[in-house]
Design a protein around this ligand. Structure first.
Ligand code: AN7
Length: 345
């Protein structure tokens, strides 16, 4: 099947107006990859939904195509978002595609370098806020109320509508819903979206949401004023879709749990070295979560046999974290014998 805009594939399930333009980069249709090593470790069939294969390298594109198409249909001339990086990269790309201005507010010094490069390349105005994501979101919400600018954070309902299509794809590909879904949780938009997608198809998998230990408000039960984690994408202390996400997780008989940075990085390396899949650190929280916490079920419920882990963003987004712990490269003279020595040593 040749790639087609997500909006065309699932238009019937999306609340766009008939005259809205389709602002698309052929997002979606991402690979669902068997993970034999992790399957063996957790004792269930584990599949990886590799959202890093979207055009800007994260799941945000699914929501952004719908939000920006609607914004363009309404005649918006500019879009704005607060972001830990991926929303900024995606908003900047779709704004460029739509021919509208983009402004992105990111926490200074706390976004992965690839994401910054993307936002700048696509011509967005990039603002480095002396504050964290939660401060940035509070400010853009106010700005969007005062100015004719479209807010494209996941508080925008069209973002959730677009992102729910990931659940449709998994069901379409497996022929049924998986028994469980494991997903990293930051601002809690994506778990809300997957839940909506499953619900619209009459499916009810167990939802396991994972947060980084230093940024786990849903686990603590209160906002975290100064969240910290190596997984910069989910360095969020006060999720906008808190209640909806908790309702979704609880009613699926799932749970939300925390994973340490150390375990997130271990899963990140395991995925790259043993499964051949390079995702960003925040994404690895889904795998770290099931490795640490297993696949708990409510009393009387069967243990899940098929689990989909959502790998939300591409590893290339964050080369600093990748190179930080990588083995040194081996310098070598341009001579056969020298190369032979280092390769076969
Ligand atoms: C790779 O880009 O919030 O729970 O501003 O980039 O829907 O927030 C990113 C979030 C998981 C969490 N994995 O999703 C942003 C932003 C990656 C992410 C999440 C994000 P939500």
């Amino acid at each position: 099947m040749s790639p087609v805009p997500l909006i065309e594939r699932y238009r019937d399930a999306l609340p766009l107006e008939p005259d809205d333009p389709v602002i698309s980069l052929n997002e979606g249709s991402t690979p669902l990859i068997e993970a034999p090593v992790i399957s063996e470790m957790v004792g269930a069939r584990v599949l990886l939904k590799f959202e890093g294969a979207n055009p800007t390298g994260s799941f945000k594109d699914r929501g952004m195509t719908v939000a920006v198409s609607r914004a363009a249909g309404r005649g918006a001339e500019a879009v704005i978002c607060a972001s830990t990086g991926n929303t900024a990269a995606s908003a900047a790309a779709y704004a460029a595609r739509a021919g509208v201005r983009g402004a992105v507010i990111v926490p200074e010094g706390k976004i992965a370098i690839g994401k910054l490069a993307q936002a700048l390349m696509h011509g967005a105005r990039v603002v480095a806020l002396r504050g964290n994501f939660d401060d940035a979101l509070r400010i853009v919400r106010e700005l969007a109320e005062r100015h004719p600018i479209e807010l494209v954070n996941s508080v925008n309902p069209y973002r959730i509508e677009g992102q729910k299509t990931a659940a449709f794809e998994v069901i379409d590909e497996l022929g049924e819903a998986p028994d469980a879904l494991a997903i990293p949780v930051g601002n809690a938009g994506n778990v809300t979206a997957w839940n909506r997608g499953f619900t619209e198809r009459g499916a009810r998998p167990i939802l396991y949401g994972f947060q980084a230990e230093g940024a786990a408000p849903l686990v603590a039960g209160h906002p975290i004023p100064n969240p910290e984690t190596v997984a910069s994408a989910i360095r969020i202390g006060n999720p906008a879709r808190w209640e909806e996400a908790m309702d979704a997780i609880t009613s699926s008989r799932g749970r939300v749990a925390a994973v340490s940075d150390e375990r997130i990085l271990a899963a990140y390396h395991l995925l790259a070295e043993r499964e051949g899949v390079f995702c960003e650190p925040a994404s690895a929280a889904s795998v770290a979560g099931i490795l640490e916490h297993g696949l708990p079920v409510a009393e009387g419920q069967d243990p899940p046999e098929t689990v989909v882990c959502v790998l939300t963003g591409h590893g290339l987004k964050d080369p600093d974290t990748a190179l930080g712990k990588a083995p040194a490269v081996i310098p070598c003279d341009a001579e056969l014998a020298a190369v032979e020595r280092v390769v076969f040593d």
